[in-house]
Unconditional design. Structure first.
Length: 255
């Protein structure tokens, strides 16, 4: 993702790559960030720590690992730097800390930066509310074999959106696996199922089913560029905004 974001920044005249950093053990530390991203030299050397570059730009774009992202958010809050967070897999406690820190700096945090997926959230909310409890809700997500968290942050957000549209608490109605003799499906269940295989970039299907018909709302990403473009769009939007927690619905004016 970092490489694709750098490529998207290079193609956008409204934003400039001022710094980049990697894990200290990365072979790209000390090398040109453009070379690392495959788009040619950019004159920006990859640093081994956020501490070395935090004063060199206005917005930090973070697609790393949940534990690292929380550390970066603390540093952004201390420095008053804006941040775009596309990392997923946070614990409840980690998210709570990010939400609290956002009172000190402007932060866009979203489980999916894709413009299409964020429109999907809106459509799912409308469908869940309009169709009512006669329609069961099932969510199926598929990603590449290397993805570390499951279900995906996007699937969880889709489930949350659907639950809120019906006045449910997802913690009470979410069903994440079915096996054996489980009995009949409960009316208020929201199923969230996971597929991991090969190099699937990201696919999400929200199924509304009742006796006699089925409605499916599907998003398929064929390139990580869709997430990178959304992140760059978010970075341009958040620059200069007051401290607070924002999401892609804010960025896209969908609220």
């Amino acid at each position: 993702m970092g490489g694709r974001i750098i490529n998207m920044i290079k193609e956008d005249d409204g934003i400039t790559l001022s710094a980049a950093f990697e894990h200290p053990d990365s072979p790209w530390v000390g090398k040109d960030a453009g070379d690392a991203a495959g788009c040619g030299p950019l004159g920006v050397t990859v640093a081994s720590s956020i501490d070395d570059v935090i004063d060199q730009g206005d917005v930090i774009i973070d697609f790393t690992f949940h534990e690292a992202t929380v550390v970066h958010a603390r540093k952004a809050a201390d420095a008053g730097r804006a941040m775009v967070i596309g990392t997923t897999g946070f614990t409840t406690e980690e998210l709570a800390e990010i939400y609290s820190l956002a009172s000190k700096f402007p932060c866009v945090q979203a489980p999916n930066m894709s413009v299409g997926v964020n429109l999907l959230y809106k459509l799912v909310s409308l469908a869940a509310q309009t169709l009512g409890e006669d329609y069961d809700i099932e969510i199926v997500e598929a990603h590449h074999r290397m993805k570390k968290d499951a279900p995906s942050g996007t699937a969880l957000q889709l489930a949350k959106v659907a639950a809120e549209a019906r006045g449910y608490d997802l913690d009470e109605v979410g069903v994440y696996a079915r096996h054996g003799v489980i009995g009949e499906r409960k009316t208020r269940e929201i199923g969230i199922q996971t597929v991991r295989a090969g190099d699937i970039v990201g696919e999400h299907t929200v199924l509304f089913g009742t006796v006699g018909e089925r409605i499916e709302i599907v998003h398929k990403a064929s390139s990580r560029d869709t997430f990178a473009k959304g992140a760059v769009r978010a970075a341009k939007w958040i620059s200069g905004k007051p401290a607070g927690l924002y999401d892609m619905q804010d960025v896209l004016a969908l609220k």
